[in-house]
Design a protein around this ligand. Sequence first.
Ligand SMILES: Nc1nc2c(c(=O)[nH]1)N[C@H]1C(S)=C(S)[C@@H](COP(=O)(O)OP(=O)(O)OC[C@H]3O[C@@H](n4cnc5c(=O)[nH]c(N)nc54)[C@H](O)[C@@H]3O)O[C@H]1N2
Ligand SMILES: Nc1nc2c(c(=O)[nH]1)N[C@H]1C(S)=C(S)[C@@H](COP(=O)(O)OP(=O)(O)OC[C@H]3O[C@@H](n4cnc5c(=O)[nH]c(N)nc54)[C@H](O)[C@@H]3O)O[C@H]1N2
Ligand SMILES: [Mo]
Length: 646
Amino acid sequence: MATVSSSCPLDCPDACSLEVSVEQDRVQAVRGADTGTTAGFICSKVARAADHLYGRERLTHPLRRVGPKGSGRFERIGWDEALGTITSRLLQVRDAHGGEAILPYSYGGSNGYLTEGSFDARLFQRLGATRLYRNFCALPSSAAAEAVYGRMPGMPYAAYAEAQLVLVWGCNPHATGIHLLPHLRASRKAGGKLIVVDPRRTRLAADADLHVAPRPGTDLPLALAVAGWLFEHGHADRDFLTAHATGVEAFRAVCASWPVERAAATCQVPAAQIVELARSYAEASPAALRCGWGPERNRNGGSATAAILALPAVANKFGPLGGGFTMSNSGYWKLDAGLAARVAPSRTRQVPMTSLGRVLTDDRSIRALFVYNCNPVATCPEQARVLRGLAREDLFTVVFEQVHTDTAELADIVLPATTFLEHREVHRGYGAYVFHDRPPAVVPHGEARSNARVFTELTERLGLAEPGDPDEAGVAAALAAQMGIEGAPHHPDPGRPFQDFEPWTADRTIHLMPSAAWYAYRPDPAPERLALISPALGHLVSSTFGQLMEGLQPVQVHPDDASERGLRAGQLVRVFNELGEVVLPVEVTDKVRPGTVVIAKGLWKRHTHNGAASTALCPATLSDFGDGACYNDARVDIVPAEAQPS
Ligand SMILES: Nc1nc2c(c(=O)[nH]1)N[C@H]1C(S)=C(S)[C@@H](COP(=O)(O)OP(=O)(O)OC[C@H]3O[C@@H](n4cnc5c(=O)[nH]c(N)nc54)[C@H](O)[C@@H]3O)O[C@H]1N2
Ligand SMILES: Nc1nc2c(c(=O)[nH]1)N[C@H]1C(S)=C(S)[C@@H](COP(=O)(O)OP(=O)(O)OC[C@H]3O[C@@H](n4cnc5c(=O)[nH]c(N)nc54)[C@H](O)[C@@H]3O)O[C@H]1N2
Ligand SMILES: [Mo]
């Protein structure tokens, strides 16, 4: 048995360093390497990666649909036939309807530079395809971090151990980034306080000194009220703000319009909790803020995140080690896969990926869809429309996948993709500061091929290859050159703001009031209805690994909401709104706040009684800044499954 070094590029902040036990070119076991943030442990999902690689649902050869769309009838074909069919169909579509009739569709399956934004981007740019506005995640929070701080690097996880207070706002590290946890524990052990802001009582919230559970989508007034309290009670650091911030008075005026009592009523939390949060944060030093992606997934997402990120500026928490904030650290890496792969700029039309259902059903201008690194049947809003669109017999759909997902079920051609242990990858963390460039750990299972190989071959078959196009090694070398390093893994020290660097905005100051448009609160879309949120599950990464999760998943409902509707624990219920319905068992639990219900993100057909996911209830509306997805603006009603919705 050999041990091979590798790394995990799945969509998770931690980007773990791995040790893979390999025998006869098969993965036997995967463990965390004893380096950097990984510190010798990994999540149970990736520890079980062999089940994903060699499981029953792994795709091992190309398939061609033989029955009607969605019938699930496919036959095995060879790569030559598969790529030949794709080439001729894409050319037919382009000749008859123009390049913009082709829509490439990809998102979070791979956070690596050799599998997204490089060879794929080169192909679709040269085809003149419609461009995808990739807005499932992180755009509102990136817009906020960009506007306020120019996306300067945040605190590394290890610094949290030094904090006297940690404020975790809309983040669930027990599921979504477990390598923060040892440092939170160290802070607690040294007497540090913990405050959690989350509509759910997560494991972290259950452990906290204070848990504030606002109505989803109300973080903006909550954070403004906290900032306002800091200003009014002498906890704003005037000297620091004069030296390092702009827009201070304008921001203060906005905060003043959200006195604690008004915010408490809007957020549906006790006013005393807002004051306790503000006072504890003001008095503790060092104080760390971990902001997650919960606050961004609604109509106020950009402004809400900006107001949360303003707190360490107002109270100047940047001084000592253990103070500051972490949002996404992806802004640290000045890496550009498109540049490395020499992708020319594209000026074709762009469509937001959240509107897939509408784009495919309203107007029929898309004739060919190429899905990779993504499982939109599970993850795209307005699932019923997505399914109707994918059922179109006149739509030519390619799904390039590792396993037989619910999206692959609706393809004309299915291509088998390698997993991250079967191809070279170059990637970085967006929580952990780590950069990886490492070879495959094992040869591909069956006939699976990497994105790099498939997109390069399609570029050639379509007659779009150009002399000097860099290959995998060329792209990897260009990325290393962009960073100015050699060798991997690489663990940079980002340094500390206001000691080692100033904010990364153009004028090097914090912009508390980026423009007059920020911080305008958009009220709840339906305050009298239940708010549905769909957070990450520990067992999955979005929908990835869903084929390995058995059994029906529940909707979680607070006891008050359950008794008001006559719902009994375990019974099947219909959760519905104007977009669709999900039929599944109810779990009655006070882990969710009243008025809020939870169905996990990323569920497959097999996980609910009627085969619908939470996305069946999620609108395709866009956030205030960044035009991000508003999954958590879903408003729903619930009735026992035998009753008809009125
Ligand atoms: N195991 C696992 N790890 C993952 C993922 C996964 O699916 N599974 N997904 C990865 C991806 S793609 C991402 S983007 C990150 C996400 O990482 P996180 O942001 O930690 O995860 P989420 O579940 O999206 O949301 C965090 C918390 O926000 C809460 N929340 C929901 N709405 C609101 C709100 O309006 N206000 C506040 N304050 N809180 C709210 C939820 O209850 C949840 O506990 O994790 C990554 N890591
Ligand atoms: N209801 C609800 N839904 C949500 C959210 C929510 O809050 N609520 N949040 C959203 C978030 S945060 C995100 S990031 C999105 C993610 O949504 P998606 O982008 O759909 O991510 P996954 O569900 O992980 O699906 C990725 C797929 O890519 C495949 N894949 C992985 N690596 C490769 C590769 O190298 N090549 C190819 N060809 N395929 C590969 C995997 O097998 C997997 O099926 O989901 C969103 N969906
Ligand atoms: Mo995400």
